[in-house]
Design a protein around this ligand. Structure first.
Ligand code: ATP
Ligand code: MG
Length: 434
């Protein structure tokens, strides 16, 4: 496809989500709303832009995100603002600034875009979207298990296959600090073998070396000390209880001591859903517990846990799995053949819509031959065409033609169209008791 000279394009890595994709997005969002709502998670909406400080203080100075991926700018008043690169920190900020954490527990979720200046490629964009789910005020381990189970149910109900769950515990800050020392000693002993990225991480954030995607480092990472061998007793017990809940619920997972996740704020439980169906960008949902973050951001100490799911990747996976999508396609398409029919069409449709309820009705606009209108009716996704020519208009009738089944056609008084359509579409059936 070639664009006319001078035509504007979207910003690199920021996509338009168009007609072919939207039915998958709609189904993902409506399924999330239903599943999360049914577990008692309530939906909230929060800003896309925050003070830069929020992300520096939460995600961590030595993470890829803060070091090189944030869209940070000064507004006209001279404040440093940042397009949110992730949503957890924003929900924590919202919970603190709205006084939601004082002796309270909350289970909330939200959806919307996040922005990271990454190298765009399939499954990795500069504006991407997440479903983000968090629980505040619960120490767990029941909530750790529940929040993982809700992510599992969401993926299952979407009908995506080829996903698997990895689970780890990072322990408490004190045991983590001890582990960190052991890890640094190990990595320094093999410094010559590290790549440039890992050397940089070794200085600022050594645990992130374990998260390296460089295959040349796989063996070195495999032989590194394991965090699960260095957990404090409390975290060990917590982790065992989380696993016991998941085992009892029959959810499969693999404990992976290399799973550290890319943000600094995690403590104890971390988890990630990955898939083998999407190539290199294999993480579809990740999360964990972050008990220290609320107080780190100035709130009252509050235990918390959550996850973020990448919508673009899950939509790809829905396609790859042949999962259903939902569209808002009209159920009915009105074909208007002739001047008289055209003159009456819009008003007739308005009248029918008053009693059609949720049944969608699209009207053919701009004329066209009978044949081309029927083609458009078919492409619209409608199940029935309501056909009116000048002759029918004169008699106060229409023809209703099935577009999906046998193609049968029946005549109907104009006044009876809504009732007839509802019967045909299997709605508006009345059951009589006794
Ligand atoms: P990755 O390892 O692929 O970089 P991540 O660990 O940085 O992912 P998180 O910060 O945990 O990702 O974000 C949660 C989810 O958001 C990821 O599991 C992924 O599905 C999605 N995601 C993250 N970054 C992007 C991106 N640049 N483009 C599209 N989706 C993304
Ligand atoms: Mg990343």
């Amino acid at each position: 496809m070639s664009l006319p000279a001078g035509a504007l394009q979207s910003v690199r890595g920021m996509n338009d989500i168009l007609l072919d994709d939207m039915p998958y997005w709609s189904r993902l969002e409506s399924t999330a709303r239903r599943v999360l709502g049914s577990y008692g998670y309530g939906e909230v909406r929060v800003p896309l832009v925050e003070h830069t400080e929020l992300f520096r203080r939460s995600i961590g100075e030595f993470t890829d995100i803060v070091e090189k991926e944030m869209y940070t700018f000064e507004d006209r008043g001279g404040d440093s603002l940042t397009l949110r690169p992730e949503i957890t920190a924003v929900l924590v900020r919202a919970a603190i600034s709205n006084g939601m954490l004082h002796n309270q527990k909350h289970r909330i979720w939200t959806t919307g875009p996040a922005f990271r200046y990454e190298r765009p490629q399939k499954g990795r964009y500069r504006q991407f979207h997440q479903i983000d789910c968090e629980a505040f005020g619960y120490e767990g381990p029941d909530v750790d298990a529940e929040i993982i189970l809700v992510s599992a149910r969401l993926l299952r109900e979407l009908g995506v296959g080829r996903v698997s769950l990895r689970l780890n515990s990072l322990g408490l800050p004190a045991s983590r600090a001890l582990y960190r020392e052991r890890l640094v000693a190990y990595l320094e002993s093999r410094f010559d073998e590290l790549d440039e990225d890992s050397r940089r991480r070794l200085a600022g954030n050594p645990m992130r070396v374990l998260d390296s995607k460089n295959p040349a480092l796989a063996a070195l990472i495999e032989a590194a000390p394991r965090i699960t061998d260095h957990l404090d007793a409390e975290s060990s017990a917590h982790f065992a209880a989380v696993r016991a809940h998941l085992d009892a619920a029959g959810l499969e997972y693999r404990v992976d001591p290399r799973l550290v996740r890319g943000l600094d704020y995690y403590t104890r439980t971390v988890f990630e859903w990955t898939t083998d169906a999407l190539g290199a960008q294999d993480a579809v949902c990740g999360g964990g517990r972050y008990d220290g973050l609320v107080s780190q951001l100035g709130g009252e100490p509050t235990p918390a846990i959550g996850w973020g799911m990448g919508i673009e990747r899950v939509v790809e996976l829905m396609r790859a799995s042949g999962a259903p999508a939902i569209g808002d396609a009209p159920a009915v398409y009105l074909v208007l053949a002739g001047e008289r029919a055209e003159a009456q069409g819009l008003a007739l449709a308005e009248g029918w819509r008053d009693s059609l309820g949720e049944v969608g009705l699209a009207v053919n606009l701009g004329g066209g031959s009978f044949k081309s209108q029927l083609k458009r009716a078919d492409r619209s996704g409608a199940r029935y065409a309501v056909i009116m020519g000048d002759e029918e208009a004169g008699r106060g009738v229409v023809a209703i033609k099935s577009l999906r089944g046998d193609g049968t056609q029946q005549e109907c008084l104009q006044a009876e169209v809504p009732a007839r359509l509802r019967t045909l579409l299997g709605e508006g059936r009345v059951t009589v008791d006794g």
